[in-house]
Design a protein around this ligand. Structure first.
Ligand code: AKB
Length: 318
């Protein structure tokens, strides 16, 4: 990776991954692109930024050609809950956007990173110790775009030699960026509620167990996978990766160790509950561990402590 294009650069993963990539590869070598206006602050003003709708194949190709990109980190997508609300648009952005990226990558010989998700699994998948290679029949439009995306990326690798690699991310927890429209968003919202109101009304049930990961590990995983010698990879799209697995009740109990008066109640959102209930509880990520030495740094206790410290500081500084 020498010259990278990041799509969805102002989104949940992009807003944290792009600055890290800029510090590693040089600000001018990480081209940030997003369909939303850039937030204020150092990023993305620290380097090149384009307004881009990934469905606009010509503009996408113009940016890649002009900057002679060798890698596309393709993060632009609708998340699960918002996709369920706008399924046709979710298919259009998630699939046609990916197809445009793969076509540009084929023509300009770029590597591609594609973030898949636990959403690529469905109710028929073994929910515990979910194998790397298993049944994938998701029931959400988001999951359908993710499993189709995995297959399309593998197709471009096999048929056109495009160096595609991907991760099946669990719910991602960030101290910096608020998630937008995912079914695991509760695991971020709860920290703001705990620190400001000492109470949180959770939209998933107390016992909904899901895989989760703290954002520094999610970013480290993407960079590590993309810089691994390809001869080590037996799988490509996409690797199971997880760092912890918990229920809302367990997360609340961990927060209570720091804020004893914190309370949680449950006001279940049927749409997001149905989505989350169709996902695995705990994935087996041994393929990622064996093929490219995946190791998370943050478990539940370490993540909660860091989130509380970082968000408290953020709230204090306004
Ligand atoms: C979502 O809920 O859509 C994401 C995911 C697990 O892919 N957080």
């Amino acid at each position: 990776m020498k010259k990278l294009l990041v799509t969805g650069a102002t989104g949940q993963i992009g807003a944290e991954l792009s600055p890290v990539l800029r510090s590693l590869y040089g600000a001018e070598n990480v081209i940030a692109a997003a369909n939303h206006p850039p937030p204020s602050g150092e990023f993305p003003a620290s380097g090149p930024f384009y307004r881009l709708d990934v469905r606009d194949a010509d503009s996408l190709e113009r940016i890649v050609a002009e900057h002679r990109c060798d890698t596309i980190i393709h993060l632009a997508a609708l998340l699960s809950a918002v996709a369920e609300d706008r399924p046709q648009e979710a298919w259009d952005i998630n699939m046609n956007g990916l197809l445009n990226v793969l076509e540009v990558a084929r023509k300009h010989r770029c590597a591609v990173f594609f973030p898949s998700s636990i959403g690529a699994f469905g109710p028929g998948t073994p929910a515990n110790d979910t194998p790397q290679d298993t049944l994938q029949r998701p029931t959400t439009i988001y999951g359908i775009t993710k499993v189709s995306g995995e297959l399309l990326c593998d197709y471009y690798y096999r048929h056109f030699g495009v160096d595609t690699r991907g991760l099946r991310y669990p719910g991602l927890i960030s101290s910096q960026v608020l998630p937008g429209g995912g079914s695991t968003d509760y695991a971020v919202e709860i920290f703001y509620a705990a620190l400001t109101r000492r109470h949180y009304d959770c939209f998933l049930s107390a016992e909904t167990q899901l895989d989760m990961m703290y954002m520094p590990d999610a970013i480290g995983a993407a960079i590590k996978l993309m810089t691994t010698d390809p001869s080590q990879l037996r799988h490509r799209n996409a690797f199971n990766v997880t760092a912890m697995s918990f229920t809302p009740a367990e997360l609340a109990a961990e927060i209570r160790k720091h804020i004893p008066e914190f309370t949680i109640a449950y006001a279940i959102d049927p749409v997001r509950q149905a989505i989350a209930s169709s996902w695995p509880r705990h994935m087996n990520d041994s393929a990622a561990r064996a093929e490219w030495d995946w190791r998370p740094r943050f478990d539940l206790a370490a993540m909660v402590q860091d989130m509380l410290e970082k968000i408290a500081a953020k709230l204090q500084n306004g």
